[in-house]
Design a protein around this ligand. Structure first.
Ligand code: URA
Length: 261
């Protein structure tokens, strides 16, 4: 495998030795090739087509309305959402960032303090590790073509107070937003990070250790499970497993057939 110096240093930062076993030899050459590709600006999002969602609309009507929202309306609906009590403690909602046609979609848990301050997912210590993991695969959250610029979102768009675990009701109320983001992006791969993302997308309560290492499907989209970067910061021994997961994800994204638009 031909690592660039930059990738080597990122892998080192992740605590991954280059002789660690990997499963996705074909993934890297394509990712490297993508880096050579001319940069195209991210497409602009759809024009506003419907008014923002009223706060009190019943839950199934609410999901149906969200399911047809174009990007700007969806963003506005998230920003104005009062469907659960997290709206009372948040500073702002954290919608998501990245390419609207990204091949990779990363799904985390919920905003923490830094994300609540900045309005962007994964900007704290866990986000730093996530960025380095992505960089090792020649992926980025910064402006780049859709095969390199990922989209990052969370299962919850609001910070739970004191970073407590998300509650089932909060996850249920927020889920239609994530479902719509996935539908609009139509990624080739979803990387679900951590137990709340994994459990809510896969409707499973199995531990990550049992779900990782194979390709699942979420509404037809291949989904790979891995540890949450915040967990990896505390459990260094699992970083090489996370790297294996990323290699499986890269291999899967490369093999995925683009979904018809
Ligand atoms: N952890 C997450 O799952 N998401 C964030 O945005 C930040 C930390």
């Amino acid at each position: 495998m031909g690592w660039t110096e930059r990738q080597k240093s990122m892998l080192q930062e992740m605590g991954i030795r280059l002789w660690a076993p990997v499963v996705a030899e074909p993934a890297i050459p394509k990712a490297e090739a993508a880096a050579e590709a001319p940069k195209t600006p991210a497409p602009t999002v759809d024009a506003v087509a419907s008014p923002p969602l009223p706060a009190t609309v019943p839950s199934d009507e609410r999901s149906t309305a969200i399911a047809t929202m174009p990007w700007p309306v969806l963003r506005e609906a998230v920003a104005a959402c009062t469907a659960c009590s997290l709206c009372q403690s948040r500073r702002q909602t954290v919608f998501g960032v990245g390419h609207p046609n990204a091949h990779w979609m990363i799904v985390g848990e919920a905003p923490g303090e830094q994300e609540d301050l900045k309005g962007e997912p994964f900007v704290g210590a866990a986000g730093h590790l996530l960025d380095n993991m992505l960089r090792a695969l020649n992926l980025t959250r910064e402006q780049a073509p859709p095969e390199r610029q990922v989209y990052i979102a969370n299962t919850l768009k609001c910070r739970p107070p004191r970073n407590r675990n998300p509650e089932a009701e909060e996850l249920a109320r927020c889920e239609p937003f994530l479902v719509r983001q996935i539908e609009l992006i139509r990624p080739r791969l979803i990387l679900a990070m951590g137990r709340f993302a994994v459990h809510s997308l896969l409707r499973s309560s199995e531990p990550i250790g049992k779900l990782r290492g194979r390709v699942h499907r979420y509404q037809g989209v291949p989904l790979v499970v891995t540890y949450h970067p915040a967990y990896l910061l505390r459990n260094l021994a699992d970083k090489s497993r996370a790297w294996d997961d990323l290699c499986l994800a890269a291999q899967t994204a490369d093999a995925a057939v683009p979904r018809a638009g």
